[in-house]
Design a protein around this ligand. Structure first.
Ligand code: SF4
Ligand code: SF4
Length: 183
Protein backbone atom coordinates (compact mmCIF):
# COMPACT_ATOMS: atom_id res chain seq x y z
CA UNK A 1 0.00 0.00 0.00
CA UNK A 2 1.43 3.36 -1.02
CA UNK A 3 1.75 6.40 1.22
CA UNK A 4 -0.60 8.24 -1.11
CA UNK A 5 -3.45 5.79 -0.57
CA UNK A 6 -2.80 5.91 3.22
CA UNK A 7 -3.17 9.69 3.17
CA UNK A 8 -6.34 9.40 1.07
CA UNK A 9 -7.91 6.92 3.49
CA UNK A 10 -7.00 9.11 6.50
CA UNK A 11 -8.55 12.19 4.89
CA UNK A 12 -11.73 10.24 4.03
CA UNK A 13 -11.91 8.96 7.64
CA UNK A 14 -11.48 12.44 9.11
CA UNK A 15 -14.13 13.72 6.69
CA UNK A 16 -16.57 11.05 7.94
CA UNK A 17 -15.89 11.94 11.59
CA UNK A 18 -16.39 15.67 10.88
CA UNK A 19 -19.70 14.97 9.08
CA UNK A 20 -20.92 12.98 12.10
CA UNK A 21 -19.85 15.73 14.51
CA UNK A 22 -21.54 18.43 12.46
CA UNK A 23 -24.85 16.47 12.59
CA UNK A 24 -24.47 16.09 16.39
CA UNK A 25 -23.74 19.81 16.79
CA UNK A 26 -26.74 20.75 14.67
CA UNK A 27 -29.07 18.63 16.86
CA UNK A 28 -27.63 19.98 20.14
CA UNK A 29 -29.17 23.39 19.42
CA UNK A 30 -32.52 22.06 18.16
CA UNK A 31 -35.67 22.10 20.33
CA UNK A 32 -36.08 18.54 21.72
CA UNK A 33 -38.99 16.51 20.30
CA UNK A 34 -39.56 14.60 23.54
CA UNK A 35 -41.99 15.74 26.25
CA UNK A 36 -42.02 14.83 29.94
CA UNK A 37 -45.26 12.81 29.86
CA UNK A 38 -47.50 12.62 31.91
CA UNK A 39 -46.57 15.93 33.60
CA UNK A 40 -46.29 17.56 30.17
CA UNK A 41 -48.96 16.78 27.57
CA UNK A 42 -49.01 17.45 23.86
CA UNK A 43 -52.28 18.91 22.47
CA UNK A 44 -53.88 16.07 20.51
CA UNK A 45 -55.93 16.54 17.31
CA UNK A 46 -59.66 17.04 17.92
CA UNK A 47 -60.52 13.70 16.28
CA UNK A 48 -58.01 11.72 18.34
CA UNK A 49 -59.79 8.93 20.23
CA UNK A 50 -58.22 9.01 23.69
CA UNK A 51 -61.22 8.55 25.98
CA UNK A 52 -65.02 8.72 26.12
CA UNK A 53 -67.32 11.31 27.70
CA UNK A 54 -71.06 11.75 28.15
CA UNK A 55 -72.13 15.25 27.13
CA UNK A 56 -75.05 17.57 27.88
CA UNK A 57 -77.35 19.46 25.51
CA UNK A 58 -77.18 23.28 25.17
CA UNK A 59 -79.74 23.62 28.02
CA UNK A 60 -77.50 21.68 30.39
CA UNK A 61 -79.65 18.51 30.46
CA UNK A 62 -78.19 15.05 30.00
CA UNK A 63 -78.28 14.01 26.35
CA UNK A 64 -78.28 10.28 26.97
CA UNK A 65 -81.75 8.71 26.64
CA UNK A 66 -80.57 5.22 27.63
CA UNK A 67 -81.46 3.70 24.27
CA UNK A 68 -78.74 1.00 24.53
CA UNK A 69 -77.57 1.60 20.93
CA UNK A 70 -73.99 2.32 22.01
CA UNK A 71 -74.00 -0.80 24.13
CA UNK A 72 -75.30 -2.86 21.18
CA UNK A 73 -72.71 -1.39 18.80
CA UNK A 74 -69.75 -1.99 21.11
CA UNK A 75 -67.68 -4.88 19.73
CA UNK A 76 -66.19 -5.79 23.11
CA UNK A 77 -69.38 -5.37 25.16
CA UNK A 78 -67.90 -2.95 27.67
CA UNK A 79 -70.86 -0.52 28.03
CA UNK A 80 -73.70 -1.26 30.42
CA UNK A 81 -76.52 0.89 31.81
CA UNK A 82 -80.04 0.86 33.22
CA UNK A 83 -82.81 3.02 31.76
CA UNK A 84 -85.16 5.03 33.94
CA UNK A 85 -88.02 7.43 33.22
CA UNK A 86 -88.18 10.97 34.55
CA UNK A 87 -91.45 12.60 35.73
CA UNK A 88 -91.86 14.30 32.35
CA UNK A 89 -91.70 10.92 30.60
CA UNK A 90 -88.19 11.31 29.26
CA UNK A 91 -85.76 8.44 29.54
CA UNK A 92 -82.36 8.77 31.10
CA UNK A 93 -79.64 6.44 32.30
CA UNK A 94 -80.07 5.66 36.00
CA UNK A 95 -76.51 4.38 35.86
CA UNK A 96 -74.07 4.14 32.99
CA UNK A 97 -70.80 2.24 33.09
CA UNK A 98 -67.84 1.78 30.75
CA UNK A 99 -65.11 -0.73 31.42
CA UNK A 100 -62.04 0.94 29.92
CA UNK A 101 -59.97 -2.15 30.64
CA UNK A 102 -61.81 -3.76 27.72
CA UNK A 103 -62.55 -0.69 25.57
CA UNK A 104 -60.49 -0.52 22.36
CA UNK A 105 -61.41 3.14 21.69
CA UNK A 106 -62.83 2.24 18.28
CA UNK A 107 -65.46 5.01 18.37
CA UNK A 108 -68.38 2.80 17.24
CA UNK A 109 -70.44 3.78 20.30
CA UNK A 110 -70.15 7.47 19.36
CA UNK A 111 -71.13 6.66 15.77
CA UNK A 112 -74.23 4.79 16.94
CA UNK A 113 -75.49 7.40 19.42
CA UNK A 114 -78.60 9.22 18.06
CA UNK A 115 -78.40 12.05 20.62
CA UNK A 116 -74.64 12.77 20.39
CA UNK A 117 -74.47 12.04 24.10
CA UNK A 118 -71.48 9.72 23.98
CA UNK A 119 -68.45 11.27 22.32
CA UNK A 120 -64.79 10.44 21.88
CA UNK A 121 -62.48 12.93 23.59
CA UNK A 122 -58.81 13.60 22.82
CA UNK A 123 -57.63 13.43 26.46
CA UNK A 124 -56.02 10.08 27.20
CA UNK A 125 -57.18 7.99 30.16
CA UNK A 126 -54.43 7.91 32.78
CA UNK A 127 -52.90 4.49 33.42
CA UNK A 128 -54.11 2.50 36.44
CA UNK A 129 -52.60 -0.26 38.53
CA UNK A 130 -55.88 -1.94 39.54
CA UNK A 131 -58.23 -3.25 36.84
CA UNK A 132 -61.28 -2.14 38.85
CA UNK A 133 -60.10 1.48 38.56
CA UNK A 134 -60.65 1.27 34.79
CA UNK A 135 -64.39 0.92 35.35
CA UNK A 136 -65.88 4.41 34.95
CA UNK A 137 -69.33 5.24 36.27
CA UNK A 138 -71.73 7.87 34.92
CA UNK A 139 -70.44 10.52 37.33
CA UNK A 140 -66.90 9.94 35.99
CA UNK A 141 -68.06 10.15 32.36
CA UNK A 142 -70.59 13.00 32.44
CA UNK A 143 -69.10 16.39 31.62
CA UNK A 144 -70.71 19.83 32.00
CA UNK A 145 -70.22 20.82 28.37
CA UNK A 146 -71.81 19.96 25.03
CA UNK A 147 -68.70 18.46 23.43
CA UNK A 148 -68.21 18.64 19.68
CA UNK A 149 -71.70 19.75 18.64
CA UNK A 150 -72.65 22.67 20.89
CA UNK A 151 -76.11 23.39 19.39
CA UNK A 152 -77.54 19.88 19.09
CA UNK A 153 -80.56 19.03 21.21
CA UNK A 154 -82.12 15.64 20.39
CA UNK A 155 -85.62 16.53 21.60
CA UNK A 156 -85.75 19.64 19.44
CA UNK A 157 -85.02 17.41 16.43
CA UNK A 158 -87.28 14.54 17.50
CA UNK A 159 -90.01 17.15 17.86
CA UNK A 160 -92.66 15.17 19.70
CA UNK A 161 -93.19 15.61 23.42
CA UNK A 162 -93.31 12.41 25.43
CA UNK A 163 -95.55 13.56 28.26
CA UNK A 164 -98.93 12.91 26.59
CA UNK A 165 -100.01 9.59 25.04
CA UNK A 166 -99.48 9.07 21.31
CA UNK A 167 -101.73 11.43 19.37
CA UNK A 168 -102.39 13.57 22.42
CA UNK A 169 -99.92 16.34 21.70
CA UNK A 170 -101.00 19.64 20.10
CA UNK A 171 -101.13 19.29 16.32
CA UNK A 172 -100.34 15.56 16.42
CA UNK A 173 -102.47 13.09 14.44
CA UNK A 174 -103.85 10.07 16.32
CA UNK A 175 -101.97 6.83 15.62
CA UNK A 176 -103.16 4.79 12.62
CA UNK A 177 -105.04 1.58 13.43
CA UNK A 178 -103.28 -0.80 11.03
CA UNK A 179 -106.24 -3.19 11.07
CA UNK A 180 -108.28 -0.60 9.16
CA UNK A 181 -105.72 -0.85 6.34
CA UNK A 182 -106.17 -4.62 5.85
CA UNK A 183 -107.93 -5.71 2.63
S1 SF4 B 1 -64.93 2.97 21.83
FE1 SF4 B 1 -65.45 0.97 20.91
S2 SF4 B 1 -64.82 -0.51 22.43
FE2 SF4 B 1 -64.86 1.46 23.50
S3 SF4 B 1 -66.91 1.59 24.42
FE3 SF4 B 1 -67.04 2.55 22.39
S4 SF4 B 1 -67.71 0.90 20.99
FE4 SF4 B 1 -66.95 -0.07 22.87
S1 SF4 C 1 -75.04 7.28 25.02
FE1 SF4 C 1 -76.27 7.56 23.18
S2 SF4 C 1 -76.43 5.52 22.25
FE2 SF4 C 1 -75.73 5.23 24.36
S3 SF4 C 1 -77.60 4.87 25.51
FE3 SF4 C 1 -77.16 7.06 25.65
S4 SF4 C 1 -78.34 7.97 23.97
FE4 SF4 C 1 -78.22 5.77 23.55
Amino acid sequence: MSILSDIKETVTGIGGILTGLSITLRHIFRKPATVQFPEEKRPMPERFRGSIVLTRDPDGAERCVACYLCSGACPVDCISMAAAEAENGRRYAAWFRINFARCILCGLCAEACPTLAIQMAPEMIPSKRQVIDWVYEKEDLLIDGTGKDPNYNFYRHAGIGVVSPRGGNPGEQPPVDVRTLLP
